[in-house]
Design a protein around this ligand. Structure first.
Ligand SMILES: *Cc1c(COP(=O)(O)O)cnc(C)c1O
Length: 359
C-alpha cells in the first residue's frame, strides 16, 4: 500500500496507456517529414480556408448543436436522408458515442487485432469487455470474428481498409459475415480510408446498409478531406441507430469552425478527390519501389504501407527518425508509413533502401 492518499480512479486506468499520437522528428539537417498519422500532405484548399476564416469571426457564439448545415451536406453527399446521419468529434468521437450507446459491464465488443489503436482504448473506457480476433495474413479474419460473437456481443468493429496493414475484406466475404451476425448486434464498418480504395470488390458501406439495420458506416473528414486538425467524423445508418447515437453526443463537440470547413470541403469534393488520386499513384510507386528492393509489403488500399519488421521494428523506426522521417512503429510487429508528398516518400524510400532487410 502506498502511504499517499490520492483521489480514487477507475481501476481500468491502471490497465492501459493513453493514446500515443504520431510524433514529429527532425533530422540533424533540419528535415522533418511526418509520415506517422496518415494525414493528407496538403494544406486546406483556399475555399475551405475562407470558410474557416468566416466561421472564426463568430466563435464567441456556440456552434449549432444539431450541425444542421453539415448534416444536410453529408446526407446529400452520401445520397441518404438526414436522419440517417450522426456527426461527432472525429470518427474516434463517433466511435466513443457508439460505445456510449451499447457498452456496459458484461457487454462484449469484438474487433480484429492488430487494428486501429483507438478501439482498445475506447472499449476499455466504456466498461465493456474487448474480444480481439487475430488478423490472418494481416487481414481481418471475418469467419473467426463471426465465431467470436456471443449473446453478450453488442458491437463489432470492422476496419476496411484495415489500419495499420492497409488490407481489405471484399464484398462476398463481408456479406457472408453480415449474414451470420445476429440482428441485435451492431456492426460498425470503419471506412476512414474509403476514398483511397481502388479495388472494385471492396464494397461501399453506404451501398450495403440499406437492408441491414444493424450496420453502421463510419467516415471521417480527417484523411482524404484533409481536416484532421478540425475533428469531424460521421456515421450513416438506419434512423433508429443514428438517432440512438445522436443521444450520446457531447454537446457542442463538433465546433462551428469544423462545421463550416466540413460543408466547404464537401463542396470541393472534386478537387479533394483529385489530390487523393495523386496519393493513390504515389502509394503504388512507393509499394513497387519497396517490392523491387525485396521488401514484403501487403497490398494496400489506404494511404499508407505496412512493413512487417518483427523485432527490427524499433531499429527501423530509429533509422527513419535519424533522417527526419517519422513513421508509426508497433514494436515487435511492424511499421506503418503514410504516403506523403513525392519528396517525403522519397526520403522514406531512401531509408528503406539502405536498411538491411530479408523481406
Ligand atoms: C484515422 C482513422 C480514423 C479517423 O479518426 P478521426 O477521429 O476521424 O480523425 C478512424 N478510423 C481509423 C481506422 C483511422 O485510421
Amino acid at each position: 500500500m502506498s502511504d499517499v492518499t490520492t483521489p480514487r480512479f477507475r481501476s481500468v486506468l491502471d490497465r492501459f496507456v493513453a493514446y500515443k499520437p504520431g510524433k514529429v522528428v527532425v533530422s540533424p539537417e533540419g528535415r522533418s517529414f511526418k509520415l506517422s498519422s496518415n494525414e493528407s500532405p496538403h494544406g486546406p484548399l483556399p475555399s475551405v480556408l475562407d470558410a474557416i476564416g468566416e466561421a472564426a469571426a463568430n466563435v464567441n457564439r456556440y456552434p449549432d448543436n444539431n450541425a444542421t448545415a453539415l448534416i444536410e451536406a453529408i446526407a446529400s453527399h452520401c445520397g441518404v436522408p438526414t436522419d440517417h446521419v450522426a456527426v461527432g468529434c472525429g470518427s474516434v468521437g463517433v466511435s466513443q458515442m457508439l460505445l456510449e450507446a451499447v457498452a456496459e459491464p458484461g457487454a462484449e465488443i469484438v474487433y480484429a487485432w492488430r487494428s486501429f489503436e483507438a478501439y482498445p482504448l475506447l472499449v476499455a473506457l466504456s466498461g465493456a469487455s474487448a474480444v480481439q480476433v487475430p488478423l490472418r495474413d494481416e487481414t481481418h479474419d471475418l469467419a473467426a470474428m463471426a465465431d467470436a460473437i456471443t449473446e453478450h456481443t453488442r458491437l463489432v468493429f470492422v476496419c476496411n481498409p484495415n489500419n495499420p496493414t492497409g488490407t481489405v475484406v471484399r464484398r462476398a466475404e463481408i456479406e457472408r459475415f453480415l449474414d451470420r451476425v445476429p440482428a441485435d448486434c451492431l456492426v460498425v464498418l470503419d471506412e476512414a480510408y474509403r476514398e483511397y480504395v481502388r479495388d472494385d470488390e471492396v464494397p461501399d458501406g453506404l451501398a450495403m446498409y440499406g437492408d441491414r439495420p444493424n450496420l453502421a458506416v463510419l467516415r471521417t473528414f480527417s484523411k482524404a478531406y484533409g481536416l484532421a486538425g478540425l475533428r469531424i467524423g460521421y456515421l450513416v445508418a438506419h434512423p433508429l441507430v443514428a438517432g440512438a447515437i445522436r443521444k450520446t453526443f457531447l454537446p457542442f463537440s463538433v465546433n462551428s469552425v469544423a462545421q463550416a470547413a466540413g460543408v466547404a470541403s464537401l463542396a470541393a469534393t472534386g478537387e479533394l478527390l483529385a489530390r487523393v488520386e495523386d496519393t493513390v499513384k504515389e502509394r503504388e510507386r512507393v509499394r513497387d519501389a519497396l517490392l523491387a528492393d525485396g521488401w514484403t509489403v501487403p497490398p494496400t488500399e489506404a494511404n499508407f504501407v505496412w512493413l512487417r519488421l518483427g523485432d527490427r521494428t524499433t531499429e527501423f523506426s530509429e533509422a527513419c527518425d535519424a533522417q527526419g522521417v517519422s513513421v508509426r512503429p508497433f514494436a515487435g510487429e511492424g511499421a506503418r508509413v503514410s504516403i506523403g508528398s513525392p519528396e517525403e516518400n522519397d526520403a522514406f524510400l531512401a531509408v528503406a533502401h539502405s536498411f538491411p532487410h530479408g523481406g
